[in-house]
Design a protein. Sequence first.
Length: 783
Amino acid sequence: MSFLKSLKENKSVLSLYSMVSSSDLTPGSLEVWQDLPDSIKYDPALAPFKQLYEQRYGEPLSPEIVSPEENGNLVIKKADTVLAFEKNDNKENRKSSKKEKLSSRRKQIEKLLRFAKLTLLVAGWVVLTVALLLNREKTDVLLHTAVSGGEVKEYELNTSKEAFSTLITLTGPFGGHNTSKQLTIWLRRSYENGDALESLKWKINLQPDNVIDFSPSASESKILTLENRGRNRKENSTEDEDFRNGTVTLRMSTNGNKTVPLTLTYQLDPLSEEDGIIYAAFLLLTLYVLIIFEIVNRTIAALLSSSLGIAVLAINGTRPTLPELISWLDSETLLLLFSMMILVAILAETGLFDYLAVVAFEVTGGRTWPLINCLCFFTAFFSTFLDNVTTVLLMTPVTIRLCEVMQLNPVPVLMSMVIFSNVGGAATPVGDPPNVIIASHPSILNANINFTNFTLHMGLGILFVSVQTYFQLRFIFRDINSLRHAVPRQIVELRQELAVWKRASASLSPYSRDEDIVKRALEKKVQRLNALLLKKESGSGTNKNDPLFCSTLAQMKEKYCIRDKPLLIKASICVTFVVVVFFLHAIPQLQNLSLGWTALLGAILLLLLAEREDLEPILARVEWSTLLFFAALFVLMEVLSKLGLIAWIGRLTENLILQVGEESRLAVAIMLILWVSGLASAFVDNIPLSTMMVRVTAALSDPTGLALPLQPLAWALSFGACLGGNGTLIGASANVVCAGVAEQHGYRFTFMQYLKIGFPIMIGNLIVASIYLLFCHVLFTWH
């Protein structure tokens, strides 16, 4: 009883650690305590039981080895367990030897895989080198001619093959609609015995006679094929020699009254469409295998794939010249990226991004989802009026700094941000490059689709898509830990300790008073551990009055402040100029200055105002690898276009639409254009795809053809090309830029990491867009 008296006297001390009141210390509860596991029994929360035991029996418990405190709890090991550990040394040694054997095998396998990888990559380099050594650059010979009405122009082709094909490219006054005036082109083989064999005739619509003299030129290409006449004759024919000595000519005629001026180039025996599709699929597969499995760096993968594409063209006799290769690069996009990178690099020196991170942290109270909501909302909003590449370049540094402050993993947050950038960019004609291509096409302009009705139709649909995207992201990241780095060691240990206490509490039944006393003590400990775990997992405090939040905010304000206010003022002037001119692009009359030139002028102005003598530090922060990746990707996409892949996708779409009944053609056309452009944009660059698909939509709306309404087809193409970019890491320019900036900050996300998040969201986006388009333009014919 003297112990209980002293225990009551020291109640204030024990209350700091103990979960047991002095009234709960009974002989029965002491026996229950003795049966608990050692890790529970010797915890400071149950220290009164241990003191009562020693007081009652007059002897200390069996010797213990006490390790330093971890997380406020003693880690205790009994002395008799040490002997057991020593007995297990041999087992541990055997396990370690097995691990060493496994690691040595793993190293051997890794060495073999590395050797195989290098062998395949070097083999690809050898194929490229040999192809370029053995094949000259293609030199097109331009032939100028004029065809008058009633005459047949002939040009002899130098070939001795009986069955052959030729690619004809003509430039002239083409493209007339609602006109019967046509130019007819065909191949003819004339034999010595007077027989002749002709190919199918190719007819091109001409401009009306009254404007043909000064009409703008257009180019048309087609492969013409002459079949083998010998297949239709008997093998023993005595006229074989006569048939083999035929002369092949290219013939042209017109039914118009005016003379038609033409420029002609041709290529004998071009690559067939079937072979071109196979080559294109191989090149695309090579690129994705290299990126998905991270065999080489993303930029090197694009360089290798595009170089192999040039080798394929060289082997087939169409090796491009260096000036032609340069023309394949989208200089406008590269100029925009380079200039904005200069602006962002100088802005970063002012400390603006750090300061904005502190402001966002203060406004959101340091809570995770409110912060992500703000980032995604502002990114989507700015992307509607600015180019989404520009928006991502400005928002990525702020997002990374915020995530570092809040101990979040920037990768999933950046993925969410760039997805909303692509979604927001689809709402207006200037938000995403595919929309710029679609809105500026002559057929779209002739259909009276302007900035206002484009934004109205697309903006409403994008609103629904944004809601779906947000809730899908909330579902994907429903576990808050998925937004953080790998679980810290303290949280792992706390979870393990909590599991032990829960197990011990569950092993006791509340039926006896003594067991109930101990069980309540254990449950109090479980509640305290749960609260501690939730606090650690939730990151920052959720209350702005929380002392932890206030102290963190004060430290951030002291550490992250504006470092160079004069430079910030100069940079703000330049960025404001760029943003204002970007906004003015919404007015058609003020589109004389391109986005790339606007950004370059802003960058030059900032360099002048900053008065920098040394440009090396600024140029070192430019994402050169990202720019090189884009350049290689542009070349690869042009190679795929030359091989016929892009045109094949468009032709396949058009043929599928033609096969359905007239009453359901609009619905089928909307769905096909939306899903084909969406899925294709996830794997090929959406800029050349949009260029090709907008021609398909124009052909489907031609009054002489299917005469489908153009507006819903244009909206479907815009939804598909823009939202499809969310599917993969290289599906949109903004994705690549964001990944490049993140990698420069030390955060790298792989192709597969993005695919797991982006592709399901893209499918959801396309489903919502499908419902919206069918509801508005098939059910209610809003157009």
